[in-house]
Design a protein around this ligand. Structure first.
Ligand SMILES: NC(=O)c1ccc[n+]([C@@H]2O[C@H](COP(=O)([O-])OP(=O)(O)OC[C@H]3O[C@@H](n4cnc5c(N)ncnc54)[C@H](O)[C@@H]3O)[C@@H](O)[C@H]2O)c1
Length: 505
């Protein structure tokens, strides 16, 4: 354990949203904290803000008044950079601008001791580039917190080309001592979270562009079936389209225009229009006072089927068998390749082909595909799509079955990979690629996505649960449909499938 001792003074430069949170967390761990900002009044205001936040914690009975006072007593607002001299660790959380950050670190090098660690909370700039031009670039490390800092456990600990490995270890262990979940990453575009999360937004926007479903329906699928805390459109509205679009553009540019990260014209239009989301009152949703909430497109009630036959092993959708058993519907078992047969219609989990294509491939007509769920036993929603050549009764039978099982059935177009499977396959692929390129390891990907953005399951653990071969099939089928490099599978995913191995051993 090489964590900084709690007696070591910590400087925080930039007393905005992130700086205030970082100061609070460092002080909670016992460090004396020196809080500085270019705006002379900001550090004191940030300290007052921390005090208000702690008052709420005290009111809830989760902190004593004495502990609050002691924590606040450790935070010292300073208006002179020279006052940061005693700091053993200086964490920068100023404007997201390379030249500004480089200037801040040059100033910090001049006032702090030679062995002081310099950390940046940048979300998108290269640690290597920030360190260039410093006299002690080995001392600079990325320490990327997530908003709100006191609540979000993840800290990405990022090493640039020049960073001393011992500095990385100290910051890793210090973050752990601050009750955070540190994950090591190399300085690559988007680090872990902002890279692996791109498809969560990108596929949703793409599905909307293709008319697969509207934002409320896609959000309902990702939350009600996928188990995500927020749907992608609600989340983009919360983050702000200006911020989300800028991150997408910066990752796209940094990867020299790789189509996997291509920004959405639709999101650019929102930015151009000033429809930035919650903060401007309008984004994909209308956040104005009294605005009618958008509702997902739900199928009309359909009669329950007379019975259902489970053919073969349902694989990842195994939870449906239990739900069928509990529903009281007449059910039977037969040999087969993991499908449900309801009133002559065949229901199957999507494999990345459209229902229309898969029906044609199988020489079937009445095929209805359903989407992935995190847990079929507890999912509240499910998206289904019928093949174009299916009789209307086939779709009605599928809707009737899922409604009889207690699902809200979402009406979507015959989108290849549907909504949740497509998103999860792309998230897992991006996670695999990050591991393949040495950004982090498989536990690093999964911890980052669960602790930094509250994913219900790490994308690689999810791929293991679905089966890496099934994820690869989804991606290969999507690549075949679209003929696009965007859906190319990671070489590491192919290797895992060829070896019959999971991402987590
Ligand atoms: N807001 C987020 O969700 C989030 C999450 C992770 C990382 N970040 C990163 O953290 C950093 C800060 O973001 P924020 O949201 O707290 O911004 P903010 O605008 O709330 O705060 C920035 C503060 O830095 C001060 N400042 C600007 N230039 C300065 C300088 N040269 N010296 C000292 N202080 C200076 C400003 O006066 C302001 O108080 C950025 O690099 C951002 O990319 C933000």
């Amino acid at each position: 354990m090489t964590a900084l001792p709690p007696t070591a003074p910590v400087a925080v430069i930039g007393a905005g949203t992130m700086g205030a949170g970082i100061a609070q967390v460092a002080a909670a761990a016992g460090h004396p904290v020196l809080l500085f900002d270019l705006r002379a009044e900001a550090p004191a205001a940030a300290k007052a803000g921390i005090g208000k936040a702690l008052d709420r914690v005290v009111a809830k009975g989760r902190m004593t008044e004495a502990d609050r006072d002691a924590l606040l007593g450790r935070v010292t607002p300073v208006t002179d950079l020279a006052a940061l001299a005693p700091a053993k660790l200086a964490i920068e959380a100023v404007l997201e601008d390379l030249a500004v950050k480089q200037a801040v670190f040059r100033d910090l090098e001049a006032v702090t001791a030679d062995d002081a660690i310099l950390a940046t909370n940048t979300s998108s700039l290269s640690i290597t580039a920030i360190a260039a031009g410093l006299s002690r670039p080995a001392n600079l490390v990325g320490m990327h917190f997530f908003n709100p800092v006191p609540l979000m456990a993840l800290v990405e600990v990022i090493h640039g080309l020049a960073t001393d490995p011992a500095v990385v270890e100290t910051i890793h262990d210090t973050a752990a001592a601050w009750s955070k979940a540190p994950v090591r990453a190399t300085s690559t575009p988007g680090f872990i979270v902002n890279r692996v999360a791109r498809p969560f937004y990108g596929e949703a926007l793409r599905l909307l562009d293709e008319g697969a479903a509207d934002p409320a329906t896609i959000d309902a699928a990702l939350t009600g079936a996928g188990g995500f805390r927020m749907g992608p459109f609600a989340l983009m509205d919360l983050i702000g389209h200006d911020v989300n679009y800028a991150v997408t553009c910066s990752v796209f540019d940094a990867f020299s225009g790789d189509p996997r990260y291509r920004p959405s014209l639709r999101q650019k239009a929102l930015v151009d229009a000033g429809f930035l989301g919650r903060k401007s009152g309008r984004g994909f949703y209308d956040h104005g006072e009294g605005a009618a909430p958008l509702r997902p497109a739900l199928a009309d009630p359909a009669p329950p089927p007379a019975g259902v036959v489970i053919e073969g092993d349902l694989g990842p959708a195994q939870g449906l068998a239990q739900r069928i058993a509990e529903s009281g519907l007449t059910s039977g078992r037969a040999e087969g390749d993991g499908t449900l047969v309801v009133e002559g219609a065949v229901l199957a989990l999507t494999d990345g082909r459209s229902a229309t294509q898969r029906a044609a491939d199988a020489g079937l007509k009445d095929l209805v595909l359903f989407d992935l769920a995190l847990d079929y036993g507890t999912a509240t929603h499910i998206a289904v799509a019928a093949a174009d050549q299916a009789a209307p009764a086939a779709r009605t039978a599928a809707v009737g079955l899922f409604q009889a099982l207690g699902f809200q059935v979402l009406v979507v177009d015959d989108a290849p990979g549907l909504l949740v499977m497509r998103t999860v396959a792309m998230l897992a692929n991006e996670g695999a690629e990050a591991v393949h390129l040495g950004v982090t390891d498989a536990p690093g990907v999964d911890t980052a996505m669960m602790k930094g953005v509250n994913y219900p399951r790490g994308p690689l653990a999810w791929a293991d649960a679905i089966g890496p071969a099934r994820v690869l099939a989804v991606l290969d089928n999507l690549a075949a449909v679209y003929g696009e490099d965007r859906y190319r599978a990671s070489a590491l995913l192919r290797r895992r499938v060829a070896a019959g191995r999971a991402f987590h051993v």
